[in-house]
Write a protein that binds this ligand. Structure first.
Ligand SMILES: *Cc1c(COP(=O)(O)O)cnc(C)c1O
Length: 382
């Protein structure tokens, strides 16, 4: 066993200044939605070209309330990818609409835009693409496609904060854009999220959806015209987010350097498929995900155990979600989306987070060589 400390696949970087600022909020007497949330919304909006930004308590809430903002509900269809965190489809079910999956493309592992048109029906209301591992879906093609069909776009950019399309930051253009600030995301509030909106009218409607449908009146009273959720963020969380925002560009640069080192140090003879390269530097390297060689695909659990035995954490993000019982019970079956199924069966998430040292990458690469050999042996024995 390794004497070196366990290396998880990710870990948030919270600096001492942020910890002190969270302490100040806790001592201030105002710990839920207040000035810290306002400051974070303003700072995010400024970063995203002045578009309105509204915080919520999760990326899931941002997506669900975005669907409600668009009036999407029973009888409607939303086109998305099966290769995402299950939240992406769960929110569509939550509003009573139907998620319509389109297979991933092998080159980017994101929704195959060539196949989207064939999935659009008279009931389609929105496209909900996901930037898997922080590699953006082609925004030029996406918005052209949506425009041709008169569809809303709700970008599930949970993983792509800090990524760009061309010279524009993800979130600074488009229609509705949702980010997650979960602990594992590139910018975290522990838990949290936000929606980037088109204008102040939408932002005001979203504020009501976020908190019990309430409109405050000038005389101190209130009105409630329609249902609203309970999804406001706390000032404690927002203080973490403000500290993260100061550092996030440095985080992204560090992630990119670590990813480049993986590409340099990787032993190509092992037969893994490396993640899509990012020559244009669009992505934020939210995750580093090689695909296991096909000969080892059925032994992913053994590979993960062999890595863990060497002190290295490995994640799986994600199995193709149409194969979950929830969606099989809605009529999906193996073979529906072969590209997503193949990627989902072979993907492993290796350590990549800003506090990692260059030598940690070398350590992971060496461990992969050992783990691949062990896994092949185990396979031989069975
Ligand atoms: C994390 C994530 C979400 C959900 O965000 P939460 O803040 O955990 O609710 C949705 N979609 C994708 C692609 C994610 O990675």
């Amino acid at each position: 066993m390794s004497a070196r400390p366990f290396l998880p696949f990710t870990r948030p970087s919270i600096d001492e200044r942020t910890i002190a600022e969270v302490g100040e909020v806790l001592r201030s007497g105002w710990i839920t939605t207040g000035p810290q949330c306002q400051a974070l919304e303003d700072a995010l909006s400024e970063r995203l070209g002045g578009r309105p930004v509204r915080l919520v308590n999760s990326g899931t809430a941002a997506l669900e309330l975005a669907l409600r903002l668009c009036g999407i509900g029973p009888g409607d269809e939303v086109v998305t990818t099966p290769l995402s965190w299950v939240a992406t489809a769960n929110v569509v079910l939550a509003v009573g609409a139907t998620p319509v999956f389109v297979d991933a493309e092998a080159a980017t592992r994101n929704i195959d835009l060539d196949r989207v048109e064939a999935a659009i029906t008279s009931r389609t209301r929105a496209l909900m693409p996901v930037d898997l591992a922080g590699l953006p879906v082609d925004r030029d093609r996406l918005h052209a496609l949506a425009g041709r069909h008169g569809l809303r776009v709700i970008e599930d950019a949970a993983q792509s904060f800090g990524a760009r399309w061309g010279n524009r930051a993800i979130g600074s253009f488009g229609d509705l854009v949702s980010f997650s600030f979960h602990a594992n995301k590139n910018l975290t509030c522990a838990e949290g999220g936000c929606l980037v909106l088109n204008n102040e009218e939408e932002a005001r409607r979203f504020e009501k959806l976020r908190l019990q449908g309430v409109t405050r009146l000038p005389d101190g009273g209130m009105e409630v015209e329609a249902w609203g959720s309970k999804a406001n963020l706390t000032d404690v969380a927002a203080a973490i987010g403000l500290g993260q925002l100061r550092q996030v560009d440095g985080f992204t640069a560090r992630r990119r350097a670590l990813a480049e080192r993986y590409f340099e140090r990787w032993d190509a003879s092992l037969g893994f498929e490396l993640p899509p390269g990012d020559a244009a530097h669009h992505g934020n390297w939210h995750m580093f995900q090689p695909l296991l060689p096909r000969r080892l695909a059925a032994r992913r659990g053994d590979f993960i155990a062999a890595m863990r035995a060497q002190g290295i954490g490995v994640g799986v993000h994600y199995p193709a979600m149409h194969l979950f019982a929830l969606f099989r019970n809605r009529g999906h079956a193996r073979g529906d989306f072969p590209v997503a199924e193949d990627i989902g069966a072979r993907t492993v998430t290796l350590p990549l987070f800003p506090a990692m040292a260059d030598t940690d990458v070398d350590r992971v690469c060496a461990a992969v060589t050992v783990a691949a050999a062990c896994t092949a042996l185990i396979r031989g024995k069975r």
